[in-house]
Design a protein around this ligand. Structure first.
Ligand SMILES: *Cc1c(COP(=O)(O)O)cnc(C)c1O
Length: 313
C-alpha cells in the first residue's frame, strides 16, 4: 500500500493543533488547513459536515456517516468532486498519515465563495475538506465516572422548518446560549428545548431517559445521531424497549437513568438534571450495559472498518 505525501510548511508534526487535513487535493498538517474569510461556510454557516470516530485503528459505522453526509450535500444543493469511495480513501489517508489509532475525523463541505462577489449561492464553488485529529469526548474521564451535571435551558432549538436538523450543521448559537445558561446554573452542559417546550438535544449530543426500564429519546427537531441510532440497534441486541417521541422536562427528570450520546464520547452518563439526581454517584445499570456493548461492537467487523497505517512512521 502506498500513501500520499504530506505537503508541509511546518516540520514539527507534533506542533499544535495536531492532525492531518485534506484540502484542495493535498494532505496538510492540521495547522496549515485554512479557509478564506470570504467563504460562506464561515460568513453564513453555509456548510454541512459529519464526524466519524476511529477507535483502535478502525472507523466505527463509517457507512452511516457517509450516508448522512452525502444526503446533507444533496439537500443543500452542494456538490463535491469526490464520490463515496473517494471520500472514504481521503478519510482513511488522513487517519493513516496522522498515525492515530483513536481519532476524531471530520468531513465537511462549505458553500465556498463567489469569484465575483455574487450573492447567488448557485455561483459559489463548493469546497470539500477533511481532517483527522486526536479523539475527543464531550465528557472527560471524571465526568464519565460520575456522570455529567446538566441544566435544561429554555432556549429553543432552531426549528426544523427553519433548518432541517437531519443536515448536520454549524448553526450553534442556540446551543452556545444554552451552554452559558447551564454554566450560570452551575451545570457542566445543557439540554435545550424544541418549539413545544419538550427536550430537544444538547451541544453535539442526543439524550435518552430510562423510564420504567424502557428507553425514550426525543424525535422532533433533533439531529438523528448515529450514536442514537446505534443505541436503537444495541437495544435490539439487549432486548430493551426503546421509543422515540416527545420527552418533556418532567418526564426526563422522572426517569431512573439519563445518558447522552455522541460520536465524541459514545454513551455518556448523566448524574443530575437541574436539581434532580440520578443513581448514586455512578452510572445506572442500563446505561452501563449499553455503553459496554457499544465499545465491544467497535471490534466487530459488522460496524468496524480497519485502517491500514504506514509502517515507516
Ligand atoms: C453530531 C450531533 C449530534 C450527535 O450525533 P452523532 O452522529 O451521534 O455524533 C447530536 N446533535 C447535534 C446537534 C449534532 O451536531
Amino acid at each position: 500500500m502506498t500513501f500520499p505525501k504530506i505537503s508541509q510548511s511546518y516540520t514539527d508534526p507534533y506542533d499544535y493543533p495536531q492532525g492531518i487535513a485534506f484540502q484542495d487535493g493535498q494532505y496538510l498538517m492540521m495547522r496549515d488547513a485554512k479557509v478564506s474569510v470570504l467563504d460562506w461556510g464561515f460568513l453564513h454557516s453555509d456548510a454541512t459536515y459529519d464526524t466519524v470516530h476511529v477507535w483502535d485503528g478502525g472507523f466505527f459505522r463509517l457507512d452511516l456517516h457517509l450516508d448522512r453526509f452525502f444526503a446533507g450535500l444533496q439537500k443543500l444543493n452542494m456538490t463535491i468532486p469526490f464520490d463515496r469511495s473517494e471520500v472514504t480513501d481521503i478519510l482513511t489517508n488522513c487517519v493513516a498519515l496522522s498515525g492515530y489509532q483513536n481519532a476524531y475525523v471530520e468531513m465537511l463541505c462549505t458553500r465556498g465563495g463567489s469569484p465575483n462577489f455574487s450573492r447567488d449561492p448557485r455561483e459559489a464553488v463548493n469546497r470539500f475538506m477533511a481532517f483527522a485529529v486526536p479523539y475527543g469526548s464531550v465528557a472527560n474521564p471524571d465526568q464519565m465516572k460520575r456522570g455529567l451535571r446538566i441544566a435544561i435551558s429554555d432556549v429553543v432549538r432552531i426549528p426544523p422548518k427553519s433548518v432541517d436538523p437531519s443536515i448536520k450543521n454549524y448553526h450553534w448559537l442556540d446551543l452556545v446560549r444554552g451552554l452559558y445558561d447551564a454554566f450560570e446554573k452551575g451545570a457542566e452542559t445543557a439540554l435545550i428545548v424544541d418549539t413545544n417546550g419538550n427536550i430537544a438535544e444538547g451541544p453535539g449530543f442526543n439524550v435518552f431517559v430510562v423510564n420504567n426500564g424502557a428507553l425514550h429519546t426525543p424525535e422532533f427537531g433533533v439531529l438523528p445521531g448515529i450514536t442514537r441510532r446505534t443505541v436503537f440497534d444495541l437495544c435490539r441486541k439487549l432486548d430493551l424497549k426503546v421509543s422515540v417521541g416527545d420527552v418533556s422536562p418532567e418526564f426526563l427528570k422522572g426517569g431512573e437513568e439519563v445518558f447522552i450520546t455522541s460520536t465524541a464520547g459514545g454513551i455518556m452518563p448523566v448524574s443530575t438534571v437541574d436539581d434532580v439526581a440520578f443513581g448514586n454517584g455512578k452510572p445506572g445499570p442500563i446505561t452501563t450495559r449499553i455503553k459496554t456493548l457499544y465499545w465491544e461492537m467497535h471490534k466487530h467487523p459488522e460496524w468496524a472498518t480497519q485502517i491500514e497505517y504506514p509502517t515507516d512512521v
